[in-house]
Design a binder for this molecule. Structure first.
Ligand SMILES: NC(=O)c1ccc[n+]([C@@H]2O[C@H](COP(=O)([O-])OP(=O)(O)OC[C@H]3O[C@@H](n4cnc5c(N)ncnc54)[C@H](OP(=O)(O)O)[C@@H]3O)[C@@H](O)[C@H]2O)c1
Length: 240
């Protein structure tokens, strides 16, 4: 029970795993969740570079989406330290230019590995512990590009459509275990992943801290008030 807000879960003692926490949207989510009072297990390719995060409420573990063994070791390391896992946020992601031109499928394979297969593996590895929680949460940071194609890399859109499919399947399959799965699907956000703003100005696009607010909100919703997908529009879109 959350004394400050009876409509939300109490963050105290809840352990959340978060990938891609070292920069961009992930760093904003980590800062926000720490402020909210969660315990954090941050996954990063270079955990040594995240010393400033370390504390009684926060550990940093190696996580490389290209290594199929990495999800299980990160889950094991989290359990060894905290003894429980209540939430998993699949945030790490990459975008590469891949369309119908050169057909260099290595780029598509890399995006599928990081944006789809690693989140799938992390969900599998964390699942037994999320079930024990009784109010396990999975948040997949997908993209508006995974709901409708508008611009940018078609290969990225393909990987994010698949990530939304992963969210949808996990949401249905694990509902009866008290696990709630949400896809948070932003449009353009001001991070390193945006290499070309085109005609947009920086102030037109969403701030990482705003996405972190949305993630914090869905993470704290009780079992009887879950949202499946949160599209975040910086620009008008007839769909979604
Ligand atoms: N920014 C946007 O406009 C936007 C819009 C919609 C959705 N998204 C999604 O939001 C999520 C976060 O993106 P961002 O905008 O914060 O991008 P970012 O600033 O480029 O950060 C990407 C994060 O993913 C991590 N990562 C990349 N490859 C990895 C790998 N192989 N193993 C482990 N971690 C890896 C990066 O770690 P390193 O520092 O080690 O590379 C970094 O922490 C992504 O899933 C992205 O697709 C972003």
């Amino acid at each position: 029970m959350n004394a400050a807000n009876p409509g939300r879960l109490d963050p105290a003692g809840r352990v959340i795993m978060l990938s891609g926490a070292n920069r961009g949207i992930g760093a904003a989510i980590a800062a926000r969740l720490r402020q909210d009072g969660y315990c954090l297990s941050l996954g990063a390719r270079s955990p040594g570079s995240m010393a400033e995060w370390l504390g009684a409420d926060c550990i940093c573990q190696p996580f490389d989406a290209f290594d199929p063994e990495s999800p299980q070791s990160w889950v094991d390391g989290t359990m060894e330290h905290f003894g429980r896992i209540d939430g998993l946020i699949n945030n790490a992601g990459i975008s590469e230019a891949f369309g119908f031109g050169s057909g260099d499928e290595a780029k598509l394979d890399r995006m599928l590995e990081v944006n789809l297969k690693a989140p799938y593996r992390l969900i599998r590895a964390a699942l037994p512990h999320l079930r024990v929680s009784g109010s396990g949460r999975i948040v997949n940071v997908t993209s508006l590009s995974g709901i409708r194609y508008k611009m940018g890399s078609p290969g990225y859109a393909m990987s994010k459509f698949a990530a939304n499919g992963l969210s949808s399947a996990a949401r249905a399959l694990f509902w009866d275990d008290g696990i709630r799965v949400t896809a948070v699907a932003p449009g353009p956000v001001d991070t390193d992943i945006i290499t070309d703003l085109g005609p947009l100005k920086r102030e037109d696009i969403t701030r990482p801290e705003t996405v972190a607010d949305v993630v914090a909100m869905v993470l704290a919703l009780p079992n009887n008030a879950s949202v499946a997908t949160v599209p975040i529009n910086a620009l008008f879109d007839a769909l979604p």
